[in-house]
Structure formats: structure tokens, C-alpha cells
Design a protein around this ligand. Structure first.
Ligand code: NOJ
Length: 538
């Protein structure tokens, strides 16, 4: 695949993009933390997996309060992850293999170590340096109460008080002060950051907290919450909050689109916009805004045919009218791994494979999170090994369990993640012994492994996708079964995908030639087993 400004169908419309959580992918320098040269060393693996693009989580200079989502310098690589030269080498290696590279952009907040925030602290109240962030005086006679009742997504108040008594807003960790997007310098800075990475040759951006940049005017209290964030009215949802999905965000993305379009090749951006409905999501992908937005609606639904049908209906109803292509995602570094979400064990794995196969049959692009190809379940990380600020701030189960360093080879930690033998390197989150059954090495040898299944499915997808229509038709095959057909174009055969979410076997002998199966068909009857999916050519 080559980069071309003339391509009829931009690459991202049908791409399978592999998310690399850089800290946990591969460690080349032996400090127990993944790095860019580690990514480079595994590019052959990614090429052989048959993915089309890579999304790298933040590797910029950062104190790592939120593992890189707290950026102190948007134009440099943190020494923990390597150097700019390592980045260039990785990018060149990816491009040589036909892999596109998307980097993460974090515009909602900086790190507290960012020079702008340090200047704001030094310059004091009323200074212009403070205007780049959201500093306010507190409430109460002595200003000792936070300015409003907003709560951090990671738990606890969204405000921290500084030495001179003012408070600053951080919707996430205290080490991630929110920027003031009404300040012109903020917008200018991010356009310049975009250009910095576009000039280096990146193919796109994943935009962090794309729905959060603007806050409602006057920063009013969240309705339904008490002064300390206690729930008073449970009917108010997260999506009603005055800091999400404010209209100002769209103007920013229109500006960025102009920047991206001024570069050759199909540069793109995909927004992380957790919004309440598929319709709200579609606003971000109007023709002059983002190219894509993550469609998170599937990953929070149970493995059930009605739930899946609803996700499909709502997604297409939303993106269709704005002409955008849908995206599909079952997992990422913020959520419980799919195998565990679907019940764990063999059942969870069967369902995860079935869902993956279904996702890959749908028109649009798909995002696969590292380790998903191995069928990794969530790890139960010991409390003393937890590092996620969500956990540390008491904001929930924490995300460490889906971020444990990848098992590559061998039978003991570090399982080839870091150089060196067993016991020589301690990975930043310890790997459990049972990872030995999930290593890339182990799964490569097993013809029935999740890795071989997904590699084959991705190869088939790559061969078929150009000959398939970008629409599909639902087939009626009973309440517990979701089935759809994409017609062939230019004389190619069509593809039928069937997923059995019920408890009984489902006959499929009328559907054509099976090409990819998430589980073998029932012996004797050739029917599709519960919790499995299959593709047929017809
Ligand atoms: C979304 C990222 O995926 C997550 O890991 C991070 O903690 C928050 N945004 C804050 O940047």
C-alpha cells in the first residue's frame, strides 16, 4: 500500500488499525517499560498480522501521571520511550511495510510540568499566563471550597488549590490541568503541533477527549450533584454535564481539517468523543470536521443479538446522513478486556472471537487493541502493583489490568517483553505466570490459536474488502442470530456474516462457502455453534 493523494478510497475508510499502548508493547532498552525501538523491533510481527495502520499512545515528554496523557512537551519524545530519531526510524520502518501511523494528540489538558502551567503558577493570580488554563477563586468566605461541584473522571474533585489560594480545573488527574480553549494561543499552539508531526510524516491523529475542550460558559454546577459531587438526582447522566460536547469543539476540528487537507496524502484524524448518542457522535464527522470518531457503543453492550442489532442500526442511522464511514472497536487501553467483559474463560474467548469476526465483516474501519489478537483476558493486578490514577484516586476498578506488558515468548516473565532472561527485568506492571499460555510464540505454533484465527481473518478481509459493497443488508434468521450480507461489486462474490448469540445451534447450510469461522461448525450437522460467528461467500 502506498501513500497517494489521488487514492479513490482513502486508506482509513477500510483500515484495520492496531492500537499500540507504547508502555506495554515491547521494551528494547530493558527498563521494563515499552519504547519506540521496541515497536520498531516488532514491525514484522505487525505486518504479518495483516493490519493496515498503527495508533501509538502518547510517547511525548511527560511526568507519566497518567502514563503519557499528561504531556509536558508536545514536540519531543520522552527519554523513557526513546528519541525523535527513534520515532523517525519507527515511522520509516512502518511505512516501508505499508503500515500507516497515527499518533495521539492530547489537547484537553497539558501536564502540570508543561512550561505554560509552570509559568501560570509562578505568574500568580490575575496574570495572563493563568488565562491559558482554567484558574478560579474558590467558594465560601475564605475561598477554601472548590469553585463548583465538578468531579474528576478519575474520582475526587476536579479542582486543586494552588499556593496563592486559587484553584485550577483538571477533569482528569491533578497533574493534567485543563486548557482554556477560548484563549487564542491555545488553538495556535495545537495547529503548530499538528504541523510538527505532519511534517515528520505521520498519517493521522487520534484526538484525546475530543468532546471535552470547551466548558459551558460560567462553568455552572453539574445539575443533580451536591456540592461535594454526591448524587442527588440519578436521572441526570454523565452526558448532561457542562464540560462535555460543548458546541465550540466543532470549530476547532474544522480548522484542523483544513490543516490536514493542506498536506499531501490522506492524512486523517479520529476523535475520542464519548458522547451520549450515535447522533451526537455523528456531529464530529461532518464532511469538514474529523474523518472518523470512535464508535464506543458496541464495547459497552452485552453479547446479545438485540444489543448488537441496536448498535448497528444506531451507528448507520447516525453516520449515514453525514456521509462518514463507521468505525468499530471492542477494546482499548481504558476498558476491561473483551474476553473478560463477555464472561471470561472459554465462553468469554468464544464471544470475543465471534464479535471480532463480526466487526471485521462490517463496512468501515476497525480498531484492534494490542493483546486482543492473543485473546488476552483482563489481569487481576495486585493492589500494590496498581499504577492507574483512576485507581489511585478511588475512581473505579482501574485500567492496569488491560495494560499489562505483552507476552511475546518463553515461559516466564518478562516473556520476551524486555530483553534478558527470567527475573532479570521487572516489567512496570508484573505479568502473571499464566501469560505463558498466551505468548505470541506459543500461539504462533498452535494452529487453533486466537492469533492464527485473527491473522487469517485479517488476510481474508484484505482480499475481500475491495470487492464488497460499502453497505449491508440485515438477514432475518431468528431473534438470537445477527446476520448480514454485503453484496459483491465488479463481479466479486458477496459476503454473509452470521453470529449466533443464542443457546442453540444455528443451521447455515444455505449460506454458501464458509471462509472464516470463529469456532468449528458442529460436528455431524455442520451448524453454527452458540457464541460463534462465520463468514460465507455466496
Ligand atoms: C482518554 C485516554 O484514552 C485515557 O487513557 C486518558 O486517561 C484520558 N483520555 C485523559 O487523557
Amino acid at each position: 500500500m502506498t501513500q497517494s493523494s489521488e487514492s479513490v478510497v482513502p486508506w482509513w475508510r477500510n483500515a484495520v488499525c492496531y492500537e499500540i499502548y507504547v508502555r506495554s508493547f515491547a521494551d528494547a532498552d530493558g527498563d521494563g517499560v515499552g519504547d519506540l525501538l521496541g515497536v520498531t523491533s516488532r514491525l514484522d510481527y505487525l505486518e504479518q498480522l495483516n493490519v493496515d495502520a498503527l495508533w501509538l499512545t502518547p510517547f511525548y515528554r511527560s511526568p507519566q501521571a497518567d502514563h503519557g496523557y499528561d504531556v509536558a512537551d508536545y514536540r519531543d519524545v520522552d527519554p523513557l520511550f526513546g528519541t525523535l530519531a527513534d520515532f523517525d526510524e519507527m515511522l520509516a520502518g512502518a511505512h516501508e511495510r505499508g503500515l500507516k501511523v497515527i499518533v495521539d494528540l492530547v489537547p484537553n489538558h497539558t501536564a502540570s510540568a508543561h512550561p505554560w502551567f509552570q509559568e501560570a503558577l509562578r505568574a500568580g493570580r490575575g496574570s495572563s499566563a493563568r488565562e491559558r488554563y482554567l484558574f478560579r477563586d474558590g467558594r465560601g468566605p475564605d475561598g477554601s471550597l472548590p469553585p463548583n461541584n465538578w468531579q474528576s473522571v478519575f474520582g475526587g474533585p476536579a479542582w486543586t488549590r494552588v499556593e496563592d489560594g486559587q484553584w485550577y480545573l483538571h477533569l482528569f488527574d491533578a497533574g493534567q490541568p485543563d486548557l482554556n480553549w477560548d484563549h487564542p494561543e491555545v488553538g495556535e499552539e495545537f495547529e503548530s503541533v499538528l504541523r510538527f508531526w505532519l511534517d515528520r510524516g505521520v498519517d493521522g491523529f487520534r484526538v484525546d477527549v475530543a468532546h471535552g475542550l470547551f466548558k459551558a460558559s460560567g462553568m455552572p454546577d453539574v445539575e443533580g450533584l451536591g456540592p461535594a459531587g454526591e448524587t442527588l438526582d440519578a436521572t441526570m447522566t454523565e452526558w448532561d454535564r457542562p464540560y462535555w460536547n460543548q458546541p465550540g469543539v466543532h470549530e476547532v476540528y474544522r480548522g484542523w481539517r483544513t490543516v490536514l487537507d493542506s498536506y499531501p496524502g490522506d492524512r486523517m484524524m479520529i476523535g475520542e468523543a464519548w458522547v451520549g448518542s450515535a447522533e451526537a457522535m455523528a456531529h464530529y464527522v461532518r464532511p469538514d470536521e474529523m474523518h472518523q470518531v470512535f464508535n464506543f457503543h458496541w464495547l459497552s453492550t452485552p453479547f446479545s443479538a438485540p444489543a448488537l442489532r441496536r448498535v448497528l442500526d444506531e451507528t448507520y442511522a447516525a453516520v449515514g446522513p453525514v456521509g462518514a464511514s463507521p468505525t468499530w472497536v471492542l477494546s482499548n487501553h481504558d476498558v476491561v478486556r473483551t474476553v473478560t467483559h463477555y464472561g471470561g474463560g472459554d465462553l468469554g474467548l468464544s464471544r470475543a472471537k465471534a464479535a471480532m469476526l463480526t466487526m471485521l465483516a462490517l463496512p468501515g474501519s476497525a480498531y484492534v487493541y494490542q493483546g486482543e489478537e492473543l485473546g488476552l483476558p483482563q489481569v487481576d493486578v495486585a493492589p500494590e502493583d496498581r499504577q492507574d490514577p483512576t485507581w489511585l484516586r478511588g475512581g473505579g476498578v482501574g485500567r492496569d489490568g488491560c495494560r499489562v506488558p505483552m507476552p511475546w515468548s518463553g515461559s516466564e516473565p518478562p516473556f520476551g517483553f524486555s530483553p534478558g532472561g527470567p527475573g532479570e527485568v521487572r516489567t512496570w506492571i508484573p505479568q502473571p505466570d499464566w501469560f505463558r499460555d498466551y505468548t505470541v510464540e506459543h500461539e504462533t505454533r498452535d494452529p487453533y490459536s486466537t492469533l492464527n484465527f485473527l491473522t487469517f481473518a485479517l488476510q481474508q478481509r484484505r482480499e475481500l474488502v475491495g470487492g464488497l459493497s460499502t453497505t449491508f443488508e440485515m438477514l432475518e434468521r431468528g431473534d438470537d442470530v445477527v446476520a448480514f450480507r454485503r453484496d459483491g461489486v465488479d463481479g466479486a462474490r458477496g459476503l454473509v456474516c452470521v453470529v449466533n448469540c443464542g443457546t442453540g445451534d444455528h443451521p447455515v447450510d444455505d449460506l454458501g462457502t464458509p471462509v472464516v469461522l470463529s469456532a468449528a461448525l458442529a460436528e455431524g450437522t455442520g451448524q453454527l455453534l452458540p457464541d460463534s460467528a462465520a463468514w460465507f461467500l455466496s
